[in-house]
Design a protein around this ligand. Structure first.
Ligand code: FAD
Length: 409
C-alpha cells in the first residue's frame, strides 16, 4: 500500500494547480454568471493537455493515467467550485477514453486528436425522457442501411450540446442506441460515435434544445432529437449488441472523475470555512472555531471528505490497473463497487459540506456575493444524476456485495 502520489503525479498536480490558479480561478464566477466557459479558455485547456489525459500520445493524448485525470479534475474543481470547467474536463477525458477502449481505429484517429487539442467536444448521450436510470429501456433506434446506420430517437439532459455547436470543429457523443427493435433489454444495445457537428459543419437530422438549469451554469445541458441521422459503420463502437457493457465501462470511468470534481469543490469550501472560522469573532471576540458546536462538525466533515478522497483515488487507481497496466488480477467488473463508493460519497459529502459552511457564514452565506451557493448548486447536480443517479450507486454496491440473486434493480 502506498498512500502517496508519485513524483510525476505531484509534478503534474502542481502544474494543473498553477494553470487553474492563473486561468480559471479569476474567471470562475464570471463563467457561472454568464453561463459559458469562454472558447479561449477551452482552447487553453487543450493546449495545456487537460483533455484526453489517459489517451496514448499516438491519438493526441497525454499518455497519462486515470489517476492523473482525477487529480486534474479535482484541482480544476477547486478553482471553479461551481464545477462547470471540471465537468467539461472530466467528460473530455472519460468518454474519449471509453471510445479509445472499444472504438475502431478510424473513429479514434478522427475524433481523439481533435478532442485532445480542445477543438472538439466528446461527451455521453445515454439518457432519454422516459428515464435515465433504466439504460436497458432506451428507445433510440439504429437501423443498418448498407455500410451506414440511420439513427432516430430523443436524448435528454445531455451535457455539452451548446458547446459542441459553438466549437470550431464541433463534437458529439458516445451515443447509446437499440439495434433494430426498441424492446426492453440490454442484449440489443449498440453504441455509436455520433458527431452532429464535425469539421465546422452541422449535419442534418439533429435538432437540439438547451435547458435552463439551476446551477453549474458554465456548461450547457440540453437535449436533441435525431431523425434518420446518418452514421458510418466505422463509427459503431465495438461489436453490435454489446453496447450495454461498453457504456457501463464508460460510466465507471466517468463516475470516478465526477466524484473527483465534487471533492475538489468541497475542498475549496472547507478551506474557505477554515479562514472564516478563524476570522469571524463573536461573544467577546472569540473566533467561531473556538465553539465546539462548530469545530466538531468541521472535524466530521473533514473526515468525510478525506474518506471520499480515498474512494476516488482508489477507484482511479483500479481503473489504471484494469485498462492502462492491464493487470490480469483486476477485471472491469471489479470496478463496480469501488467506483460506486466514490460516486456515492463524493457528491453527497460535497453538498453536506456546502450546507454547513454556508450556514457558518450566517446571513452573508445567503448572499450571491459569498459565492458558496454556486458550489452547492454545482455539486448538487451530481446527487441528482449525471453519470448515474445516487440510488443506482446504492443498488450496484448492494447487488455486488449481497448478490444479484437477492438484490433487484
Ligand atoms: C446536470 C446534469 C447533467 C447530465 N448530463 C448527462 C449527459 O451528459 N449524458 C447523459 O446521458 N445523461 C446526463 N444526465 C442525465 C443523468 O444521467 C440522469 O439524470 C440519471 O441517469 C437519472 O435519470 P433520470 O433523471 O431520468 O431519473 P430517473 O431514472 O427517472 O430516476 C428518478 C429517481 O428515481 C431513483 N431511482 C431510479 N431507479 C431506481 C431504483 N431501481 N431503485 C431506487 N431508486 C431508483 C433515482 O435515484 C432518482 O432519484 C445529466 C443529468 C444532470 C442533472
Amino acid at each position: 500500500m502506498d498512500f502517496q502520489f508519485s513524483e510525476d503525479e505531484i509534478r503534474f498536480r502542481d502544474s494543473v494547480r498553477e494553470f487553474a490558479e492563473r486561468y480559471i480561478a479569476p474567471r470562475w464566477v464570471e463563467i457561472d454568471e454568464k453561463g459559458k466557459i469562454p472558447l479561449d479558455l477551452i482552447k487553453r485547456m487543450g493546449d495545456q493537455g487537460l483533455f484526453a489525459i489517459p489517451i496514448p500520445e499516438e491519438y493526441g493524448g497525454m499518455g497519462g493515467t486515470m489517476l492523473m485525470a482525477a487529480i486534474a479534475v479535482e484541482e480544476i474543481a477547486y478553482h471553479d467550485p461551481a464545477v462547470a470547467t471540471a465537468v467539461y474536463v472530466l467528460l473530455n477525458n472519460g468518454w474519449p477514453f471509453a471510445l479509445y477502449l472499444h472504438g475502431s481505429e478510424d473513429a479514434k484517429n478522427e475524433v481523439l486528436p481533435k478532442v485532445a487539442s480542445g477543438d472538439a467536444f466528446f461527451g455521453i448521450a445515454s439518457t432519454e425522457p422516459q428515464g435515465g436510470s433504466d439504460v436497458a429501456g432506451i428507445r433510440t433506434v439504429a437501423r443498418k442501411k448498407g455500410d451506414k446506420w440511420l439513427i432516430s430517437g430523443e436524448k435528454s439532459f445531455i451535457s455539452g450540446v451548446r458547446e459542441l455547436m459553438e466549437l470550431p470543429v464541433g463534437g458529439g457523443f458516445f451515443l447509446v442506441a437499440k439495434t433494430e427493435k426498441a424492446e426492453w433489454g440490454h442484449r440489443n444495445i449498440t453504441d455509436f460515435v455520433v458527431l452532429p457537428k464535425w469539421n465546422g459543419k452541422l449535419k442534418e437530422g439533429f435538432n437540439p434544445t438547451i435547458y435552463d438549469e439551476i446551477g453549474r451554469h458554465g456548461i450547457s445541458t440540453g437535449g436533441f432529437t435525431l431523425e434518420e441521422f446518418e452514421v458510418d459503420d466505422k463509427f459503431r463502437i465495438g461489436e453490435e449488441n454489446k453496447g450495454f457493457y461498453y457504456v457501463l465501462e464508460g460510466f465507471n470511468i466517468a463516475r470516478t472523475l465526477v466524484a473527483a470534481a465534487t471533492i475538489g469543490s468541497a475542498r475549496w469550501a472547507l478551506d474557505k470555512a477554515v479562514e472564516w472560522l478563524r476570522e469571524r469573532r463573536l461573544f467577546q471576540g472569540r473566533p467561531l472555531a473556538s465553539f465546539q458546536g462548530i469545530s466538531f462538525k468541521f472535524a466530521e466533515l473533514y473526515a468525510e471528505l478525506e474518506a471520499a478522497k480515498y474512494f476516488v483515488y482508489k477507484a482511479a487507481w483500479m481503473i489504471d490497473k484494469v485498462y492502462i497496466e492491464k493487470d490480469p488480477t483486476y477485471k472491469p467488473k471489479d470496478l463496480n463497487v469501488p467506483v460506486s463508493l466514490a460516486k456515492l460519497k463524493g457528491p453527497e459529502t460535497a453538498t453536506r459540506i456546502y450546507e454547513e459552511v454556508l450556514k457558518w457564514h450566517g446571513a452573508l452565506g445567503y448572499t450571491k456575493e459569498c459565492n458558496l451557493y454556486r458550489g452547492w448548486l454545482g455539486t448538487f447536480s451530481y446527487t441528482i444524476g449525471a453519470e448515474g443517479a445516487q440510488n443506482i450507486m446504492r443498488y450496484i454496491i448492494a447487488r455486488d456485495v449481497i448478490g444479484s440473486e437477492y438484490v433487484r434493480g
